[in-house]
Design a protein around this ligand. Structure first.
Ligand code: BES
Ligand code: ZN
Length: 645
């Protein structure tokens, strides 16, 4: 506490000094300057005058921008394809442009028409060679200033952004299920479009499904829609293509309040609504800090276990893994995280995957503030402490040092590489550093101003730094140095200015752990009664290499960790068990890998199995589990095996 008081008074002093020397800059958009700035010294961080090219798109979005997408699709479960028509409304940035280049991946394009002066006519098109990451360029020749194009197409049954589940792969076992996952570049496997976060579109859609199923999208929809197989959607707010989303299946809905609710298969619907009952309070917490939620409804859908992520921030309809339903709300930081994306990411979007930390780091920061507001500093510190441990591991294991600075290198091989703990935890700790140096009284309104200023825009790291310089740093120039900022944003490794979290609760866990490791107490004597999931995770992650099989057996006998129903705890335990060759965990690990498709767990488990001489065992499990995994997960795990060969 006294620490906080000192920080505030130093801040007040530097504020007074700053006020004499420098006026705060106005809230500028990228590239604009004010008269004050024109006379002031050259800005340290200049905003880019034009947005950088996104290397992961073919789209010629600097000449023509798609403004609106209208989809009319039949959902054909027998063939595992979407079949129909996409109409794109165009805005010309360059009025001389005569070719529209779109992203497409595995799409079967039947015909393309263009509308100029109110008339539809066939438009010549070519589909370029298939790149393993980017897919193909769909080049369309446009008659003069065509305002719209209409593309008749079908998706492939192998589309990487769609997972088609057979009835047996659902909990209900009676109906098939379809869900999408389009971040970072799979929207182009669902429709031809400009698949870059630099471009935002509104969309409308009609989906035709088997009449007994319900369809939902990341959009507004009629809450009283009858289950008849005919569904309409409208997303009036401009979003990047990666936030398009759909799910079709046999699931129910339970309201949490008048604008928040959850969709899930029957078996887990009540449990999901109970697990996520604090979501309204989370929303209030963020509203109070950064201004009102702008997207109307915030619904969630709990997907089948093959969903490859913990959560995905599809606007108005967050997608979640069922592994969050732990029964004790201990994993709901993921809900706080996806909700936080409604500000950081969905409202203000990274314009390039090199700037992914603007989405994920800001969101992890807001997430942690929410956890602090709802559950107290103790829990927030534990979560940061676990994050720091995994950030350290990520930095230590990084393939290239360039991947350990917040701004990702220009030659990023795949957008996925931008989504490591560096962007998440590194970004969060950078903002924690700024928060500490400038104080919450200045930092909170600053961040709110940033979300307002860039709302519904796509921005780069440099846009942020320029805004920061003018709207926070200028008011308190001594709070940080350029060297300190650069170390976080542009230089590899974890800067020594990090605000390292210290958790008293974790210190107690470590004390117990050390007694047990020293053989002074038995596992059963550990005082675990009041341990939360977080304390268990801290305990498990700190288990040293080279532990004896007998020690594993002692822990397992006392706490049945091999069969933990908490996916995070089970995962942490299996990682240690694999490294130490603790056999009794292998059968439960087999069932875990057969029933959970969340990438964060299974990629590392397969990699650890391969590394610790269980390649054949892992390959045999993978052969059985593979058909149930999401296409994204299948590819990632194949890469893990291929790398080891
Ligand atoms: N946007 C991400 C998920 C994502 C990242 C999808 C990269 C595709 C590519 C989502 O918001 C997220 O970060 N989910 C995390 C949860 C979070 C609490 C760290 C996850 O899935 O574990
Ligand atoms: Zn996220």
């Amino acid at each position: 506490m006294s620490h906080r008081v000192v920080a505030v008074s130093i801040l007040a002093l530097s504020f007074a000094l700053a006020a004499c020397s420098q006026e705060p800059g106005a809230a500028n958009g990228p590239g604009e300057t004010t008269p004050e700035q024109a006379t002031a010294p050259t800005p340290v961080y200049a905003a880019p005058t034009e947005q950088p090219v996104d290397p992961f798109t073919y789209a010629n979005y600097r000449q023509i921008r798609v403004r609106h997408l209208d989809l009319n699709l039949d959902v054909l479960f027998d063939e595992k394809v979407l079949d129909g028509v996409a109409v794109l409304d165009l805005d010309y940035v360059d009025s001389d442009a005569t070719v529209l280049v779109l992203d497409a991946n595995d799409l079967d394009i039947k015909s393309v028409e263009a509308n100029a002066n109110g008339e539809w006519s066939a438009a010549p098109f070519t589909l370029g060679p298939d790149d393993p990451i980017k897919g193909s360029a769909l080049e369309i020749e446009l008659p003069d200033m065509a305002a719209r194009v209409r593309i008749t197409y079908r998706t492939s049954s192998e589309a990487e952004g769609l997972q088609w589940l057979a009835p047996e792969q659902t909990a209900g076992k009676e109906h098939p299920f379809l869900f999408s996952q389009f971040q970072p570049l799979y929207a182009r496997t669902m429709a031809p479009l400009q698949d870059t976060p630099a471009v935002r579109i509104t969309y409308s859609a009609k989906l035709k499904t088997p009449p007994e199923l319900i369809a939902v999208m990341s959009a507004a929809q009629d809450p009283d829609a009858t289950r008849d197989g005919d569904y309409s959607f409208d997303m009036p707010q401009p979003i990047p293509a990666y936030l398009l989303a759909l799910a079709v299946g046999d699931f129910g809905f339970k309201a949490i309040n008048d604008h928040i609710g959850v969709y899930a298969e029957d078996y887990i619907l009540d449990a999901s609504a109970a697990e996520f009952e604090d979501t309204p309070k989370m929303e209030e917490a963020i509203n109070a800090l950064y201004g009102p939620y702008k997207w109307g409804r915030f619904d969630m859908i709990v997907l089948p276990p093959s969903f490859p992520f913990g959560g995905m921030e599809n606007p108005r309809l967050t997608f979640l893994t069922p592994t969050l339903i732990a029964g004790d709300k201990s994993l709901t930081n993921v809900v706080a995280h996806e909700l936080a994306h409604s500000w950081s990411g969905n409202l203000v979007t990274n314009s390039n995957w090199r700037d992914a930390w603007l989405n994920e780091g800001f969101t992890s920061y807001v997430e942690n503030r929410v956890m602090e507001t709802l559950y107290g500093e103790g829990r927030a510190v534990m979560e940061r402490s676990l994050d720091l441990a995994s950030l350290k591991r990520t930095v230590a294991e990084a393939e290239r040092p360039e991947l350990t600075a917040l701004k990702m290198p220009a030659d990023l091989a795949h957008p996925d590489d931008a989504f490591s703990q560096v962007s998440y935890a590194g970004g969060m700790f950078f903002l924690k550093f700024l928060e500490a140096r400038f104080g919450r009284d200045a930092f909170d309104p600053f961040l709110r101003g940033y979300f307002d200023h860039f709302a519904f825009k796509s921005v780069t790291t440099e846009d942020f730094l320029n805004y920061f310089e003018n709207n926070l740093w200028a008011n308190n120039p001594d709070a940080v140095t350029k060297e300190e900022i650069d170390a976080w944003v542009y230089e590899p490794g974890i800067p020594d200015t990090i605000e390292a979290p210290t958790s008293d609760a974790f210190a107690k866990v470590s004390a117990q752990e050390n007694l047990w490791l020293a053989g002074e107490i038995l596992a059963a004597d550990l005082k675990t009664d009041a341990w939360s999931t977080h304390e268990w995770l801290h305990f498990l992650n700190a288990l040293p290499d080279g532990m004896m099989v007998e020690q594993f057996a002692d822990l397992d006998g006392a706490y049945d960790l091999s069969n933990s129903q908490n996916a995070e705890i089970a995962f942490a335990w299996y990682m240690k068990a694999i490294a130490a060759g603790y056999e009794p965990a292998m059968a439960p690990l087999d069932s875990f890998l057969m029933s959970v498709g969340r990438g964060k767990f299974i990629y590392r488990l397969y990699a650890a199995l391969v590394e610790h001489d269980r390649r054949d065992w892992a390959a045999e499990v993978f052969a059985r589990a593979r058909p149930g995994y999401h296409p994204i997960a299948q590819r990632r795990i194949e890469e893990i095996f291929a790398k080891a060969d």
